[in-house]
Design a protein around this ligand. Structure first.
Ligand SMILES: O=C(O)C1=C[C@@H](OP(=O)(O)O)[C@@H](O)[C@H](O)C1
Ligand SMILES: C=C(OP(=O)(O)O)C(=O)O
Length: 402
C-alpha cells in the first residue's frame, strides 16, 4: 500500500501556499458553459479530478458518463443530460453507486424527463432516455439530503420551455451551495427570485461571460488548521477573496476562535497565530465539508466542542462520521453521538509516537489529518486520494520545509 510520511514536528516559518481553484465553482461554470449559446471565457478551472472529469466528459461526449467518485459531476450531468434530452448512461465508482440520487430523478421525471435505473432504485447507474415536453414548471424537492440535486436542476431551469418554480421542503442543508449556484447563474445573465424557500426562474438565455474561478476555501481550511495546531508559523494563502461565493469561507470565523488571525491582502489572506478563545459548538449544516477539518483541529488543541448539522456526512465519499470516529480513536479522541443529532468532540489524550491514518477513499480524511504532523509522525495511507479536489496538496506540504 502506498503511504506518505509527514516530516514536520512543531512549527515552520513564513510560507506562501498557492491554493487550487474551487471544484464547486468550476463544475457549475462548466455546466453553464455547456448550456450557453456562444463563447464564455472561463479561466482558473480547477485541477481537481472531479473537474477534470467534468471537462473530459463534456468534451468527448461519450455514451456513458463515468464520473468516478465525483458527486457534483454525477448530479449535475444527470440533470443536464436528462433535461437536454440526451441518451446517456451515468455511472461511477462502487461508492458513487451507493450515494442516493432518487430525489433528483423524481424531480426530473416530474418535469417530464425519462430516466431509468439500471441496477438499484434510487441509485446510479442510471440512464437518461429523452425529454419530449415539459409536464410542469412547479416542482417540490426535499432540501435535507443533498443540495446538489437542487443546484443541478437550477442550472438547467432557464432553458426549460416553462422555466421552473422549485419549492424546497423540510430542512435545507448546504444552502450556501444553492446560493453559489444562483449567484453564478446571475453572473452569466440569469434573473431569479428566491423567497421563502421558493426559487423562481423564468425561461431565458445565458449570456456569454468572462469568468475566473476563485481559489478553493475548502482546500484552504487545512492550512488554517495546520497553523492553529503548529507551535510557530505564518501562512499566506493566495487567491482568496473576502466576498466569496463559497460557504466554506466560514472557516475564517471558526478558526478565529481556534487561534488563527486572518487579514485579507490584495491577492489572498494572511494567517497569524493568536490566543485560542475556544469553540464551544458549531453547526455544520451549511458547510459540511469543514467538519473533518474542525474536528481534528479541536482534537489536537484540547478543545471539547459540540457539533451539529453532520447528517449529510454519512453519504459523502465515505461515511465520514464512522471514518472520523475510527481515526480520532488512534489519538485518544472521540466523536460521540448524542441525542437529536448532537455530537460531542472529546479531544486527544495520549498521542502515540507514530500514527497511521486510514483514508477511506476520502480526500478530506487525508487532508484533515495532515496537521497531526505538528504532534507526531503521521503516516497517511493512499495519499493520492487528495487528487479528487487538491492534487497538489502534498507538494504544497513540501513548501513548509523549504
Ligand atoms: O454543490 C457543491 O459543489 C457541493 C455541495 C455539498 O454537498 P451536499 O449538498 O450534498 O451537502 C458539498 O459537500 C460538496 O463537496 C460540494
Ligand atoms: C462531498 C464532496 O464532494 P462530492 O459530493 O461532490 O463528491 C467533497 O468534496 O467533500
Amino acid at each position: 500500500m502506498k503511504t506518505i510520511e509527514l516530516p514536520l514536528k512543531g512549527g515552520f516559518g513564513k510560507v506562501t501556499i498557492p491554493l487550487p481553484s474551487s471544484k464547486s465553482e468550476s463544475n457549475r461554470v462548466l455546466i453553464i458553459d455547456a448550456l450557453t449559446k456562444g463563447e464564455n471565457k472561463l479561466s482558473n478551472l480547477a485541477e481537481a479530478r472531479d473537474t477534470q472529469t467534468m471537462i473530459r466528459l463534456l468534451r468527448e461526449d461519450p455514451d456513458t458518463y463515468d464520473v468516478l467518485d465525483a458527486g457534483t459531476t454525477m448530479r449535475f450531468l444527470t440533470a443536464y443530460a436528462a433535461l437536454t434530452g440526451k441518451t446517456k448512461i451515468l455511472t461511477g465508482t462502487p461508492r458513487m453507486c451507493e450515494r442516493p440520487i432518487g430525489i433528483l430523478v423524481d424531480a426530473l421525471r416530474a418535469i417530464g424527463a425519462e430516466v431509468a435505473y439500471l441496477k438499484n432504485e434510487g441509485f446510479p447507474p442510471l440512464q437518461t432516455r429523452g425529454f419530449d415536453r415539459q409536464l410542469t414548471h412547479k416542482v417540490k424537492i426535499r432540501g435535507d439530503v443533498s443540495s446538489q440535486y437542487i443546484s443541478a436542476l437550477l442550472m438547467n431551469a432557464p432553458l426549460l420551455p416553462q422555466g421552473l418554480n422549485l419549492e424546497l421542503t423540510g430542512k435545507v442543508g448546504s444552502r450556501t451551495y444553492i446560493e453559489m449556484t444562483l449567484e453564478l447563474m446571475k453572473t452569466f445573465g440569469i434573473h431569479y427570485e428566491f423567497e421563502e424557500n421558493v426559487i423562481k426562474i423564468a425561461p431565458q438565455e445565458y449570456i456569454p461571460t468572462e469568468f475566473a474561478v476563485e481559489s478553493d476555501w475548502s482546500g484552504a481550511s487545512y492550512w488554517f488548521s495546520l497553523l492553529a495546531c503548529a507551535g510557530t508559523g505564518e501562512l499566506f494563502l493566495k487567491g482568496l477573496k473576502a466576498n466569496s461565493l463559497q460557504g466554506d469561507s466560514k472557516i475564517v470565523e471558526i478558526m478565529d476562535k481556534l487561534g488563527v488571525d486572518s487579514s485579507f491582502e490584495n491577492d489572498g489572506i494572511r494567517l497569524r497565530k493568536k490566543a485560542v478563545s475556544g469553540l464551544e459548538g458549531f453547526d455544520f449544516t451549511h458547510c459540511p465539508d469543514l467538519a473533518q477539518t474542525v474536528a481534528v483541529t479541536c482534537a489536537l488543541l484540547g478543545q471539547s466542542s459540540e457539533f451539529t448539522g453532520l447528517e449529510s456526512l454519512r453519504i459523502k465519499e465515505t461515511d465520514r462520521i464512522y471514518a472520523l470516529q475510527q481515526e480520532l480513536a488512534k489519538i485518544g479522541a472521540k466523536l460521540e453521538e448524542g441525542e437529536n443529532g448532537v455530537f460531542r468532540l472529546i479531544p486527544a489524550a495520549a498521542i502515540p509516537e507514530k500514527v497511521r491514518i486510514h483514508t477511506y477513499d476520502d480526500h478530506r480524511m487525508a487532508m484533515a489529518f495532515m496537521p497531526l504532523m505538528t504532534r507526531t509522525t503521521v503516516v497517511i495511507e493512499e495519499p493520492e486520494v487528495v487528487n479528487k479536489s487538491y492534487p497538489s496538496f502534498w507538494k504544497h506540504c513540501g513548501l513548509l520545509s523549504t
